[in-house]
Design a protein around this ligand. Sequence first.
Ligand SMILES: Nc1ncnc2c1ncn2[C@@H]1O[C@H](COP(=O)(O)OP(=O)(O)OP(=O)(O)O)[C@@H](O)[C@H]1O
Ligand SMILES: [Zn+2]
Length: 638
Amino acid sequence: MSAAASSEEAVKASKVLMVGAGGIGCELLKTLALSGFSDIHIIDLDTIEVSNLNRQFLFRQSHVGQSKAKVARDAVLKFRPNININPYHANVKDSHFNVDFFKQFNVVLNGLDNLDARRHVNRLCLAADVPLVESGTTGFLGQVTVHVKGKTECYECQPKPVPKSYPVCTITNTPSKFVHCIVWAKDLLFAKLFGDKKQDNDLNVHSKDDTSSKTDVFERSVDEDLEQYTQRIYDHVFGYNIEVALDNKETWKNRRKPNPIYIRDALPEDAVQQNGRSQDHVNEEQDPSAMVSLGLRNTQEIWSLADNSRVFLEALKLFFDKREKEIGSLIFDKDDQLAVEFVTAAANIRASSFGIPLHSLFEAKGVAGNIVHAVATTNAIIAGLIVIEAIKVLKGDYQDYRMTYCLEHPARKMLLMPVEPFEPSKSCYVCSETPLVLEVNTKTTKLREVIEKVIKGKLGMNLPLIMVGATLVFEDGEDLEEDEIANYALNLEKVLAELPAPVLNGTMVTVEDLHQELKCSINIKHRDEFDEEKEPDRMVLVGWSGPVDKQTTSNGETKSVPSSSNTEDVDGTAEDISATSGMKRKLNEILETKENFDALENLSGVDSSSAQVVEDDNDDGLLMFDEDPRQSKKKRLQ
Ligand SMILES: Nc1ncnc2c1ncn2[C@@H]1O[C@H](COP(=O)(O)OP(=O)(O)OP(=O)(O)O)[C@@H](O)[C@H]1O
Ligand SMILES: [Zn+2]
């Protein structure tokens, strides 16, 4: 479309694809329709859930269970009956949404909630040469970015953060934050008691006076009374284990010592006996809940140590009483009420032991499920900004493109921060086809590991094809012959150096995904040794980066700064902001206020105390919109 086209003409003549009809998507569809867009296609794989209704305002109670894309269309057609809205209840990664499908659109607008789908759409937009307006929100934070092939950076030019992980020793021995207690309760204790027994687990399993025996203290013996068992587990993990930890005097030299907690200290004897018996009228049909059987109602209140202890014992008992069949295969799920009750109580008792403030179930659930509560207004603002950028894209006003960050900054009264988009990164393997380097032990690493951990895991390819020179060593897809399948299956189990075309130090491997039309080269660098702690995959992909900015703190632990941390499910907000390298200092400055740090900390479960707040000593050209972003009235911050 020509640069001279009026906004109205550009909008009218356009055909747009919206991916995601959730929190942002509902707002976006409404705003598009009200702004004059009349040919809109929507892809969303999901159906409506009750928990969506508070902010996905196109949906009502009666729609629960129905396709989001279809219901969103019907809702908007009620007030804009003459426009064309085409819904697809499908995954955007399905093969029929190929490059040709994408080519029919003038612009693609993302309202997604995961990195994987975002990267996939980015690649298809690049391959189809269709501009992409990308977005994300997390609580009060949000951003809209524009990606136009050859003109701006692509979604993957800036490395995306890897999920946050914590050093094992902090979790098992020296927690200092509530999130450490949650990780312990969820990933260690819950997993140990109710999950797959074959999984490795760092929770110690032997008791002090029985170290030689292989008895697992977490196992309930056949004749063991349930009350006795729950109290034994309590005493073991909160009492005995802490005493064992205290024996290691070095650990506590410069730290506050934890207090062992035994059930007899936390609850009077008769309360233990009576636990869970007060509510005889508990409805048998309801899902078992320790809160219900104990008569606790308010999920936002912080329970005392005694109440947490009662919930712990009761939840453990209910798992054995009512859900015994699931024991051995349970995985923590934030929507499983009993699991959340158990994890909240366990985390709080541990927190109490380590002098860490306790939290309510509501808060604990947020931390455990990496939930940042969505704010409808942020979604609405972001949807508006998506439409503003989409119109610029349609008009070809590329000088005016802005990446806009929605931040809360009470001190400066700044809500929106627009910045000019960066140019495509020359080192981006997605849009610049720059080769990557893989350091790997070619004599011990199987092709299968490289495919799973690197090609699918890191590069996000779905159906990879792997060439070594002119030899095809692996291909994934539906139309393969039987002998090809058998041949590739054999190759998967071979180490790199023994493949039909050997992969050795200096070999160049070409990897291609035919669906995404993405091709990249990987230079292989043989390495014998890897650091088990830092490089557990025993492979290092250089050029692709899990951008963990690390800094070493005084106690030698490695912590991440907010710019680097995130979880897969979070909407890619703050990390996107700070991952934009040129903006890092500015972002730190913006985040000086407690609220914004808290927001980031919640967002990514990050330790804000380890953040590098860099003094801002010069005029950094931060821009702010005064009132109406459409007027692009820029103002320099003081
Ligand atoms: N691969 C995909 N293909 C199509 N739609 C997708 C894909 N991945 C995610 N989505 C959709 O993107 C939307 C994101 O919306 P949102 O972030 O509001 O999430 P939600 O699932 O509706 O809410 P919540 O996660 O908070 O319960 C969802 O409706 C989801 O179904
Ligand atoms: Zn790129």
